[in-house]
Design a protein. Structure first.
Length: 494
């Protein structure tokens, strides 16, 4: 049988980091087993579902390169089918009409009192309409009394299923209420809709968060009532906030949104790599994986049972997200094939209005060498347009702390650096070794340290305190730009 899994987000907000990991695990499992990865938008919450959220979810999946198979299923399109299934169960005596007045059904205190009484009596079947005869129930419905449809759960017994991650799961029927399948307005409820859609989509494995375990027991009852084969369930450990509380859109905002990482200059493959390690490992020291390696190695057996922690410091801009995510992104930027990095840098420079068409024509080789040089110390793609701005524009900022430390601390540099420019103007072959010889001789003549000259020059040439080897920076920027910037007084006037 072909493996068929689905990712089924509710379009009530952006693609959350936990949901994205669920999608990734489903995708990898499907590709590993040669199966299908399907997408279902569970948009039956009409008040909270929005087109904007749907677009955000689709954008997030596209950015992560998790391409789904077959057409997207929109759950709301199947509402009539869900209603038919509820009526079928009603006609078969497996469900019943609940004529409880709407005000009691919606009154929180009344509902809680009923549930509490049922728990005390260890009987969740506390409903006076459960055992109405068919004739009485039909008569009430015929005169227009509103009703919900509930699944008739047996008084004794238990649900059970073998979870692919957590092993055998059991729950006594006495702990499960008679599930509402249809509200009195004929709106199908979540558990019914999910089971109906999974059956129709021929889903073989349901891989989702551990917080769905309670729903799974309820859904098992619906599968059994319908005489349908259950899929294999696999529940994933949760992703927790630094305080070990639940990670949520409401509490933690944009730091848990996929589009945040796209817009902050993360490489999709790097964030995908980071995500997969939140709750899974291949049982080896390796941490950097290509997508092909992940597909080859992924299995439900290696999903952790313990919850993962997503570490970030809300009030510290240097640690605004998990340090490991930033480290991994830097590793990708530093080591990925240049041909794969160049289009990402191009997109970033375009968004910052720093792109020039010459970078694809006469300056192509120089542009690629520049990118290869400066990527070594960058953490995100945004660094190419911020810290690396001096390599693509004459309009760049100077780090004020570095100006104080590397320029103004040594007032003689205001004279020495223009003099160095005069010296460099005479260098015929503007290459690393020749530049080193000239600058070392100049340093000796001024009786100062090589580092003092080079750190000062770095400030004028790049505006930054750190970066690639300064001799390589000179060579990359070229004679004209290097000399012009060494003579500039802009930084001194900051």
């Amino acid at each position: 049988m072909t493996t068929r899994v689905r990712f089924a987000p509710s379009p009530t907000g952006y693609l959350h980091i936990g949901s994205a990991r669920t999608a990734l695990f489903n995708y990898l499992f499907a590709r590993h087993s040669g199966g299908k990865f399907l997408l279902r938008i569970e948009d039956t919450d009409l008040q909270r579902s929005t087109e904007e959220s749907t677009r955000s979810i689709l954008d997030g999946l596209k950015w992560l390169e998790l391409e789904h198979d077959e057409n997207i299923v929109y759950q709301s399109d199947n509402a009539d089918k869900h209603r038919e299934v509820a009526l079928k169960l009603l006609n078969e005596g497996k469900a019943y009409r609940d004529f409880t007045p709407k005000e009691e059904r919606s009154d929180k205190d009344v509902k809680e009192a009923i549930v509490e009484r049922a728990r005390e009596q260890k009987d969740m079947r506390d409903n006076s309409f459960r055992d109405l005869s068919k004739e009485e129930s039909d008569a009430k419905a015929d005169v227009g009394e509103p009703f919900a449809i509930r699944l008739k759960v047996a008084a004794s017994g238990k649900t059970n299923f073998e979870d692919a991650v957590y092993g055998l799961q059991e729950r006594d029927y006495s702990e499960i209420e008679d599930l509402v399948l249809l509200r009195s307005d004929s709106h199908p409820l979540y558990n019914l809709a999910v089971v109906c859609d999974d059956i129709e989509m021929r889903i073989t494995h349901v891989i989702r968060g551990q917080d769905h375990l309670t729903n799974t027991h309820k859904q098992v009852l619906i599968y059994e009532a319908l005489g349908a084969e259950k899929p294999i369930f696999g529940h994933l450990p949760l992703i927790l906030a630094p305080n070990r509380g639940k990670l949520s859109k409401r509490k933690h905002g944009e730091v848990v949104s996929m589009t945040t990482y796209r817009d902050h200059g993360f490489v999709a493959a790097a964030f995908r790599n980071f995500l997969v390690l939140l709750g899974w490992s291949a049982g080896e020291e390796q941490e950097i994986y290509s997508i092909d390696e992940l597909i080859e190695k992924f299995s439900l057996d290696h999903i952790h049972k313990n919850n993962a922690v997503f570490n970030f410091q809300e009030n510290d801009p240097r640690h605004w997200t998990d340090d490991k995510a930033l480290w991994m992104n830097a590793e990708y930027i530093r080591t990925m094939f240049l041909e794969d990095l160049i289009p990402l840098v191009k997109a970033e420079l375009k968004s910052a209005k720093l792109w020039r068409d010459e970078y694809e024509d006469e300056d192509k080789i120089h542009f690629e060498k520049t990118v290869d040089l400066i990527r070594e110390r960058f953490f995100t793609l945004k660094d190419f347009s911020s810290q690396g701005r001096a390599f693509f524009s004459e309009d760049f900022d100077f780090d004020p702390t570095a100006i104080a430390k590397n320029l103004k601390k040594f007032p003689d540099l205001q004279t020495w650096l223009p003099e160095l420019a005069d010296r460099l103007e005479t260098v015929e072959d503007f290459t690393h070794d020749n530049l080193e010889a000239v600058i070392k001789k100049f340093t000796e003549e001024r009786q100062t340290k090589f580092g003092v000259i080079m750190n000062g020059a770095r400030m004028l040439l790049t505006g930054q305190a750190v970066g690639a080897s300064m001799l390589t920076v000179f060579e990359t920027l070229g004679r004209e730009k290097s000399i012009l910037r060494l003579r500039s007084q802009i930084a001194w006037n900051q």
